[in-house]
Design a protein around this ligand. Structure first.
Ligand SMILES: O=C(O)c1cc(=O)[nH]c(=O)n1[C@@H]1O[C@H](COP(=O)(O)O)[C@@H](O)[C@H]1O
Length: 281
């Protein structure tokens, strides 16, 4: 991992490579569509192909831990080598693990994914704040101390999310607004971009949440396979899209196993997102 704070490294990566995160989600159906067995060997082949196709051109690559954990220690070994290869290829690695637990356990998760001595060390992880935002403190502190980042779920792309995330807290704010506000505090004064981000789905529509003080990156899944389109970014986030990081998994992965086709898909989606996120003129 190169030196410097995560937010600054992410800003530089998005400026250099464009605003796009490619997810590595080796679903059983995708392995089958690629003519691969639903085994650790199939997982290894799939992952290696995606890394070859996108590792040197996507700003961020987001392996979905669940699809590696499915294969036990063999799957974790594939994830570890993907992390090494992605680092060599120069993309930032965001491990999608959605961790969250009581503080003392959260500290162990931080050691697993953010400690420089860990073979699973990545640039950033996803975290769930539903044991209370404060329970994430060990992960956030470790991230900041090691030049890593944390993306905290705020308004998720799935239809069930709003029942919890739109619920009102004692002071009248929604749960999601509380998460956004806590992160805004953490990012205050950090430039060019804070190290702590939020996750907001492209599918959530106009929710009335205020992200104007966030100061950190916004990971946006829900595009492509879940129905979200680049145009929806404007509906959800308004005019300031400079910190928005659109993420696609199946939409790109379904174009494999051809490395050329995977790259073409990445370029097309990158152009489509750029047109919305960084309009010319
Ligand atoms: O944290 C995430 O990345 C995430 C949050 C969310 O609200 N919705 C969501 O789909 N995701 C993840 O983003 C990926 C979406 O994959 P596709 O629907 O294939 O693009 C999956 O790995 C999900 O677990």
């Amino acid at each position: 991992m190169s030196d410097g704070r995560f937010g600054a490294r992410l800003r530089a990566a998005m400026d250099a490579r464009g605003p796009l995160c490619v997810g590595i989600d080796p679903h059983p159906a995708l392995l089958s569509a690629w003519g691969l067995p639903d085994t650790a060997a199939g997982l290894e082949r799939f992952t290696r192909t995606v890394v070859e196709a996108v590792g040197d051109r996507a700003a961020v690559v987001k392996p979905q831990s669940a699809f590696f954990e499915r294969f036990g220690s063999q799957g974790i070994a594939v994830l570890e080598s993907a992390i090494r290869q992605l680092r060599e290829a120069g993309s930032l690695i965001l491990l999608d693990v959605k961790r969250g637990d009581i503080g003392s356990t959260a500290a162990a998760y931080a050691d697993a994914y953010l400690d420089p001595a860990s073979s699973l060390r990545v640039d950033a992880i996803t975290a769930s704040p539903y044991l209370g935002f404060g329970s994430l403190t060990p992960m956030i502190e470790k991230a900041v101390a090691t030049g890593a980042g944390v993306f905290v779920l705020a308004l998720t792309s799935n239809p069930e999310g709003s029942s919890v995330q739109h619920a009102r807290t004692a002071d009248g704010r929604t749960v999601a607004q509380l998460v956004i506000d806590e992160i805004s505090q953490l990012n205050k004064g950090v430039s060019p971009l804070g190290d702590i981000g939020v996750v907001v789905g492209a599918t959530v529509g106009q929710t009335g949440h205020d992200m104007s003080e966030l100061g950190g990156p916004v990971l946006v899944p829900g595009l492509g396979a879940q129905g979200g389109r680049p145009e929806d970014l404007r509906t959800v986030f308004g005019d300031d899209l400079s910190a928005v990081l659109p993420a696609y998994s199946r939409e790109i992965l379904s174009r494999g196993p051809s490395v050329v086709a995977l790259r073409d898909s990445l370029e097309q989606l990158m152009d489509a997102c750029r047109r919305v996120v960084q309009p010319i003129g």
